[in-house]
Design a protein around this ligand. Sequence first.
Ligand code: RIB
Ligand code: CA
Length: 313
Amino acid sequence: MPNKIILDTDPGIDDALAIILAINSPEIELMGITTTYGNVEIEKAVRNTFRVLNFLDHLDVPVYRGAYKPIIEEPHPIEAIHGSDGLGDVDIPAVDAELAGDAVEFMIEAVRRYPHEITIVSIGPLTNLALAMLMYPEFSNKVGKIISMGGAFGLTPYGYGNDTPVAEFNIYSDPEAARVVYDSGAEVYAVGLDVTNNPKAMISPEERERIRVEGGRIGKLFYEMTRRLAKLSHGVHLHDPIAVSHAIIREILSFKKYRVTVELEGRYTRGQTIVDRREELPEFLRGVPNIYVAYDVDGDAFKRLMWDRVFSR
Ligand code: RIB
Ligand code: CA
């Protein structure tokens, strides 16, 4: 039975690849795509979602507009990484398509209609999800699972920040939203930089060249979309597809439950995801674990999945 998924996204290059992975995976029933500000401002996130769906000839997937800004701060799009259009300035056409509605209302309606069956995969800031939880008290009890690409938990040598020295971009974009989601009581699986920056799961320059030569139409799109990214760092990190992979092949990621809180006040540490690792203490002396955090990734299995569902297509 395919997993009923809502993909909450801020496309973004790796978001686009995550959308393609989800659509090309029979293990997923994609109920809809909700959009959020993040890598780009909201209208560009909507536009890019339609561009990717049109490229796949899948404009049948309903798209919903979400938050245009975080709960407290202002959005800080990162054109330096994702290009001025948000998809690496790649030449795929924009398309006039109609939105299906409002993202938060759709999330609430889906969870009401299919209690305990919906997995929400959030690969951008958590604002939409937090708003759904704040608007519908039953949400965290009725949603199935939440998979969130976000955070830097210090569980591996790669688990430090990217937007700041200690904070990862999606969490740093809206730390208040992350605090709401982490403390909601829902079953949350956090996929942080600890695993998505692991070189085992990174596309090396040699692998990227092989994808250009031996890949299919989507492989070539990947190569074009990542021209800028490939110059900025040694390889291409596929943060969002790694998070989506947990809804396809559970064994690719390994998780452990921890007590995690999100720093909101620190001048230098706002958005840091802080893990209570004092496991030698009894739970009443330390925080009761609240979310599952990824601590390892099977890079070979992930790359096989990406080759089969994305790059070779
Ligand atoms: O830190 C990586 C995350 O921030 C990814 O979701 C990427 O798309 C950006 O949004
Ligand atoms: Ca993203």
